[in-house]
Design a protein around this ligand. Structure first.
Ligand SMILES: O=C(O)CCC(=O)C(=O)O
Length: 250
């Protein structure tokens, strides 16, 4: 059951957080598993994941393969990632926000190692040409701490009531795959979302949010899932190559 505070924050601000949601062991298991997937191309191929390079490190020597990776998509059928996506602790509250029957359709592990770019201001629904278009709910799990220095999320409270704005391609030369940016809205009231490992942010797919570059010497990792009502019609392939994979949760 969502609490009254969570419901109020959802309605007024477009998100809520649950501190200490996941055990440290879960975060460590996710990081260990995804590191193995990146280091073993045969495993990545067998799982059918999509590995996206970190373009701010293009051409640089990296100590470990994962240091040159921005994101991995389509992990939500695999081991610890599937267990988390399907857990009652996640599914029950998300059902309350969407519908009695939901699917998880998208998952991304974001490595954000030292020197990686942040993702510019956007609304996730830009990427979701669905019928019905909403509600779509994102859950963002802090796998490591997220700080101002290592590139935490920033959100614009209340912006979930906005329609999907026009987005332009991220203007940085060689920007990361899929990065688009809102440039027609005042983000002056934005708030940083500082997190400890295991903290969870639950957010509406119209909420405007971004993250900053990782200017620390360490990693800022997160695991992100998106959920929508079962039976949603997905038109993504009419627009761009889809990384969605619809898996029933309840
Ligand atoms: O974690 C980040 O750095 C950005 C994630 C994000 O914006 C998203 O998942 O939509």
């Amino acid at each position: 059951m969502l609490t009254e505070d969570q419901r109020a924050s959802w309605a007024e601000r477009g998100f809520f957080r649950i501190d200490g949601f996941a055990a440290p062991e879960t975060c460590q298991a996710m990081l260990a598993r995804v590191t193995r997937v990146v280091r073993e191309p045969d495993l990545a191929a067998a799982l059918g994941v999509k590995v996206v390079p970190e373009n701010n490190k293009a051409g640089l020597e990296v100590a470990h393969p994962e240091d040159g990776v921005s994101k991995i998509f389509k992990l939500h059928r695999d081991t610890v990632f599937a267990d988390f996506a399907q857990s009652a602790a996640v599914v029950e509250p998300v059902c309350e926000l969407i519908a009695p029957d939901i699917d998880v359709f998208l998952s991304q592990f974001i490595f954000k190692t030292a020197g990686a770019w942040g993702q510019p201001w956007h609304q996730d629904s830009l990427y979701f040409p669905f019928e019905p278009a909403r509600p779509v709910v994102g859950v963002w799990l802090a796998v490591t701490e997220a700080t101002l220095r290592n590139g935490c999320l920033h959100v614009l409270p209340g912006s979930h009531t906005e329609p999907v704005h026009h987005h332009v391609p991220d203007r940085r030369p060689g920007a990361n795959y899929g990065y688009f940016e809102i440039v027609d809205h005042d983000m002056g009231a934005a708030e940083p979302v500082l997190m400890e490992p295991g903290d969870l942010l639950v957010f509406d797919s119209h909420l405007m949010h971004c993250s900053t570059d990782n200017e620390s010497g360490g990693i800022r990792a997160a695991m992100v899932y998106h959920y929508a009502a079962s039976g949603t019609v997905d038109h993504t392939d009419d627009y761009f190559p889809s990384v969605n994979d619809w898996v029933p949760c309840r």
